[in-house]
Design a protein around this ligand. Structure first.
Ligand SMILES: [Ca+2]
Ligand SMILES: [Ca+2]
Ligand SMILES: [Ca+2]
Length: 338
């Protein structure tokens, strides 16, 4: 069994994600450069940098509601190389490997995922532990398939007696929860340990606080394999407003109305024909656009030579047309196919 796992680990690593996907992941990392809220996301995985125990992580993912609709969120289902790679990038970005304590088991060298053992260990200590996928479950309810990245010797399903270290369970605490390190390797550990955590991301939007012109924001989204965001319904407007709170944080009352931080570039534009608004991929805008009073859709040319041909969203949910070359703002990208 063990030698099979080692062979699988070798083969699986050689079929790792493509160069293009790697380049796009780098693009996503660039989008998140100066986000200060401690929450980061790819199109697959959203990462929270605060250190919490497993139950708290699980609860926080349940409550995370960007793009979940009426369903609940869940701790991350890391069942593909792509998702494992996303998670490695997010952990390395937040807790750079070289800045962490030496010990392999330091809290900041691991992130909680959604995999946990569904029954307590049987015969613990009496024989060598073997990983049986059927005894484990992802937080979204699915059972693990062939994909696994256990460290050699893991899961070891260790236990601790009540009263030892952080164990408060009677008679014993078992290592029934899975965590992932900077190399993308897995270990089982006790739920009272404190780590950053990852949830499945079901949202459409990835936000950047890097201030760019509309044209450069468009390119930055493209480089990450995304496109400047669309808002097609009021539900999508609600989602992006909620995403703003999570990823950019609450606004600041000292910002004036036209402070750059109050406005995010979207993909809407009327470059081709004045007042014929479309998304960057040419899709016609069917949404009933909530234009900002007076300033919205005014195509003002007062200050600059160009007209106002690019769309931005305010923190209070209105839309303005604005200068696509000379104004620098944060922006919203959208995940492919969403
Ligand atoms: Ca372990
Ligand atoms: Ca215009
Ligand atoms: Ca305007």
């Amino acid at each position: 069994m063990k030698s099979f796992l080692l062979i699988c680990q070798f083969i699986c690593l050689t079929e790792a994600i493509s160069n293009l996907e790697m380049k796009q992941l780098k693009g996503i990392q660039n989008l998140m450069k100066n986000l200060h809220n401690g929450v980061f996301t790819t199109c697959n995985i959203v990462f929270f940098s605060d250190l919490v125990d497993f139950n708290t992580a699980q609860e926080n993912c349940r409550k995370f509601d960007v793009g979940t609709g009426s369903t609940e969120g869940n701790l991350a289902t890391v069942n593909t190389d792509k998702k494992n790679e996303d998670l490695k990038m997010l952990l390395s970005m937040t807790y750079p490997r070289e800045e962490q304590p030496k010990s392999d088991w330091a809290d900041t060298k691991w992130v909680w995922s959604g995999l946990r053992k569904t029954r307590d260990n049987v015969g613990e200590g009496s024989k060598e532990m073997v990983y049986e996928a059927t005894e484990w479950q992802w937080a979204d309810g699915s059972t693990p398939g062939d994909f696994a990245r256990w460290l050699p010797g893991q899961p070891d399903q260790n236990s601790l007696k009540k009263g030892k270290k952080g164990c408060t369970e009677d008679p014993k605490c078992y290592q029934n929860q899975m965590r992932i390190n900077h190399d993308g390797n897995w270990d089982d550990t006790f739920k009272f340990k404190k780590h950053p955590y990852a949830c499945d991301y079901q949202g459409k939007y990835i936000l950047s606080s890097e201030k760019k012109s509309w044209e450069d924001a468009k390119t930055a989204c493209d480089d990450a394999g995304l496109q400047l965001a669309k808002i097609r319904t009021d539900e999508e407007l609600n989602e992006i407003m909620s995403a703003i709170q999570y990823f950019l944080g609450s606004g600041d009352e000292s910002w004036s109305k036209w402070d750059a931080n109050n406005w995010l570039w979207l993909g809407g534009n009327d470059i081709k024909k004045e007042k014929k608004w479309m998304w960057v991929d040419g899709e016609k805008i069917e949404w009933n656009i909530p234009w900002e009073k007076k300033a919205g859709n005014d195509n003002s040319k007062k200050k600059m030579k160009e007209g106002q041909d690019a769309m931005s969203l305010s923190r209070w949910g209105t839309i303005d047309d604005s200068f696509r070359l000379g104004i620098f703002r944060p922006f919203a990208c959208q995940c492919p196919g969403s």
